[in-house]
Structures are given as structure tokens and as C-alpha cells.
Design a binder for this molecule. Structure first.
Ligand SMILES: Cc1cc2nc3c(=O)[nH]c(=O)nc-3n(C[C@H](O)[C@H](O)[C@H](O)COP(=O)(O)OP(=O)(O)OC[C@H]3O[C@@H](n4cnc5c(N)ncnc54)[C@H](O)[C@@H]3O)c2cc1C
Length: 381
């Protein structure tokens, strides 16, 4: 990817709406390529799914489908960004092993498995290794998003505005973004990266659908943090006999914390991220899972520091929506990244920067992600 636009072209002014990982990565790559970027976030940077996700990255888990090149390109970009930003120190970037397990409290197993680490000493049956330190890694998603934005602000002069985007209009050759805190902000192009709130913007409401799935998570601080090694667990657990299983995911972090998230459920999203609250019954199940998986994560041995919920941005065909909005010249969307938005952030941002500034993306082929796939005849596409 070329880093800068030609010196002879006038600098493009681009407004990026949304300060989650997708908006921040887009702002970073746009500004690195020479655009004058204003990022608008209604609450705080990475306050929603981008701050509350697991942060798991996989090279190969989207292979055999249209997401493969987005995933592989982004995995590599994460690795190079971690070198550039000293990610191991600043946002917990590290390769790790990923293992499937079935979690069952009636199965008090003695861990003599050669695929599970010693700290997984509870009611757990090992499945298989699904990722190695070559193919899987992790970051702390909120620290990553904030570190990348800090670099974009310091080195490429990105401006950050805290305010709610109320409307977006295309006027002549430019765009007008109306923000509650600061009035109208003009630009040559606008990128909508509002996660599950994208479809709340009435201008795009009937062009495609991004909806939310609510997911709960907890963070634990075990007393004996050094015993917990870099192994991610992808579990299956039956909370009640005869009921549907849930698929908890357990991610130890290099800080010594252990993050656990639960199942996703489609739900109406509240007006803003500050109005998202966890349901105590859902986080209770995750605490129970923690205690079954490991003696180090039982209530007596680990403090629960965080109980939270957030909304995953989802689409009807389970592919992200990345491209120019039908019928709205110079208005772009990057949203609906589902359960892989932390992985896909850098490649989405790099490809979106190329699309906006060069007219086409070469980092990743965006054709199958275009919003025109949902368009009806009434739009001029
Ligand atoms: C529990 C959980 C675990 C996950 N784990 C992983 C994982 O391990 N690996 C992985 O790759 N992915 C993971 N994901 C998926 C990933 O978190 C999301 O796909 C990704 O964070 C979406 O980023 P985003 O920037 O599109 O949306 P968001 O993070 O939701 O950001 C959107 C931003 O827009 C702002 N906004 C909304 N409306 C307005 C407005 N009108 N004006 C201004 N700003 C506005 C919001 O405040 C918010 O900050 C997980 C998701 C969940 C829910």
C-alpha cells in the first residue's frame, strides 16, 4: 500500500464517524496516507464492543470463504503494527495457543492431557488444538484502539471531536456531518463506522441493516496470575441439563487478568453505549464457568474486576459492509464486522483509506463487502 497521496493533489478532508476499532483504524490509515481527518465519537474511544471484546486474532479461521483475505491481511498488519507501536508492552500483543474444550462440572478430571496447560485443572475435557503461536495471537482491544489513535493524533494530526453524529448529507462535491456538540463539520468524504448504531442513522436505514447481538463478559484477577499461561479456551458448556449449550471463551491476558465472554443474543440496542448494562444472571453463569474450568479462577482465588455487556455489529449475510453507500456519493460505510472486528480492523482501515483516497482498494478486494449487494433499483449505483 502506498503511504502518501501525491504532493500535487489538494489534501482531502475526511470525516470518520465512530471511535471504535473500525473508525480508529480507518482514521489512522487515511491520515497516514495524507488525508486531513476528523474523527467523531459520541462517548469515548473504544467504549463499546471494541473495548469489551476478547481481542483474539486468527490467521486461518476464516479460510475457505470470502473473509479469508481480509483475515489473513489483517493478521499480518496486526503483527507489523505491534512492532511499530511496541504492542507487546503497550497493548498486550502476544501469540498464543488456542484449544477447544468441553466444560462439565460433573467431570472432575485430573489434567493429564498434553494439550491443556496445568492451570486448567477443573471439569474440563480437552478437544483439539485449533491455533498455535504461529496462527493465533491476542491484543487488549481497548488499549490497542487507544494506542493507534494516539499515534494518529501525534504523528498525522487527526482531530478528535466528542459528540453525537445526528445526520449526514451529501452536498455538491462534499459532505456535511451534523454533530450535536459542534454543529456542521464539512469534508470531501465521510466514513460511517458506527458499529451496531450504523442503522440508527436515518440516511442509510433503508439501504442495508446492521443489527446488534448482546454479549456478556467478565474479567478476573487471579491471585496466582503467574500460573496462567497463554492458552485461549473455546468451550462448550451445558448450564442446565437438557438445555442448549453455550460457548464460553476464556482468554488469559499478559497483564495477569483473565477475560471470559459468553453467548450472543440478538437484542434491540439502546440509544448509546453508556446505556448498555449487563444482566446479573448472564455474568453469574460466566463466573460459574470460571470456577469449573480452573481452581485458580474460583471465587476464593480470583477477584471479579469487571462485569459488562456490549453489542456485536451484525449483518443479514454475516459479512461486513465496506464501501460507498448506494446513492450517496463520497459517503462510505465500514460496519457489521460481527465476531471478528478486532481481527479485521487494520485491513478494513487500510482498504477503506485506499478506496476513499485512490478510488479503489488494493490491500484487500472489497467487492464482496460492497453495500450495493443489498441495494434495490431505486438507488443510483
Ligand atoms: C463480547 C465480544 C467479544 C469479541 N471478541 C472478539 C475477538 O476476540 N476478536 C475479534 O476479532 N473480534 C471480537 N469481537 C468483535 C468486535 O469486538 C467487533 O466486531 C468490533 O469491536 C466492532 O467495532 P466497530 O468499531 O465497528 O464498533 P464499536 O466498537 O461498536 O464502535 C462504534 C463506535 O461508534 C460510536 N457511535 C455510535 N453512534 C454514534 C453517533 N451517532 N455519533 C458518534 N459516535 C457514535 C460508539 O460510541 C462506538 O464507540 C467481539 C465482540 C464481542 C461483543
Amino acid at each position: 500500500m502506498e503511504d502518501t497521496v501525491s504532493q500535487h493533489q489538494p489534501q482531502k478532508r475526511v470525516v470518520v464517524c465512530g471511535g471504535g476499532i473500525i473508525g480508529v483504524c480507518t482514521a489512522y490509515f487515511l491520515s497516514k496516507k495524507g488525508a486531513a481527518v476528523t474523527l467523531i465519537e459520541r462517548s469515548s474511544i473504544a467504549c463499546a464492543a471494541s473495548g469489551k471484546a476478547g481481542g483474539f486474532l486468527a490467521l486461518h479461521m476464516c479460510d475457505d470463504g470470502p473473509l479469508s483475505s481480509l483475515a489473513r491481511t489483517s493478521f499480518d498488519l496486526h503483527r507489523s503494527l505491534a512492532e511499530e507501536l511496541n504492542g507487546a508492552q503497550s497493548y498486550g500483543y502476544r501469540p498464543l495457543t488456542a484449544v477447544t474444550v468441553s466444560i462439565d462440572e460433573s467431570e472432575q478430571m485430573s489434567n493429564n492431557s498434553n494439550i491443556l496447560p496445568p492451570w486448567v485443572d477443573g471439569g474440563v475435557k480437552p478437544g483439539e488444538i485449533i491455533g498455535t503461536t504461529e496462527t493465533t495471537a491476542q491484543i487488549h482491544p481497548q488499549l490497542f484502539t487507544r494506542a493507534l489513535l494516539a499515534k494518529a493524533v501525534a504523528e498525522y494530526d487527526v482531530k478528535v471531536v466528542i459528540g453525537k453524529v445526528k445526520s449526514v448529507a451529501v452536498e455538491g462535491d462534499g459532505v456535511m456531518v451534523n454533530v450535536d456538540s459542534s454543529g456542521v463539520i464539512g469534508g470531501d468524504a465521510v466514513v460511517l463506522a458506527l458499529g451496531p448504531w450504523t442503522s440508527k442513522l436515518s440516511e442509510v436505514l433503508d439501504k442495508f441493516r446492521v443489527y446488534g447481538k448482546k454479549v456478556h463478559s467478565i474479567v478476573l484477577e487471579p491471585k496466582d496470575a503467574e500460573a496462567i499461561t497463554a492458552h485461549a479456551l473455546f468451550g462448550t458448556y451445558y448450564p442446565v441439563q437438557g438445555a442448549d449449550p453455550i460457548d464460553p471463551e476464556v482468554y488469559p491476558r499478559p497483564t495477569g487478568e483473565v477475560y471470559i465472554c459468553g453467548p450472543s443474543v440478538e437484542a434491540e440496542i439502546p440509544d448509546g453505549p453508556e446505556l448498555v448494562y449487563p444482566d446479573p444472571e448472564s455474568t453469574q453463569v460466566l463466573k460459574k464457568v470460571a470456577g469449573i474450568v480452573s481452581s485458580h479462577l474460583k471465587e476464593a482465588n480470583a477477584r471479579v474486576t469487571t462485569e459488562q455487556a456490549c453489542y456485536m455489529p451484525c449483518t443479514d449475510d454475516e459479512l461486513p459492509i465496506i464501501g460507498e453507500v448506494p446513492g450517496m456519493n463520497k459517503c462510505y460505510v465500514a460496519s457489521g464486522h460481527g465476531c471478528w472486528g478486532i481481527l479485521f480492523g487494520p485491513a478494513t482501515g487500510a482498504a477503506m483509506a485506499e478506496l476513499v483516497l485512490d478510488g479503489h482498494a488494493s490491500t484487500v478486494d472489497l467487492n464482496c463487502f460492497t453495500p450495493t449487494r443489498f441495494a434495490t433499483d431505486k438507488y443510483d449505483i
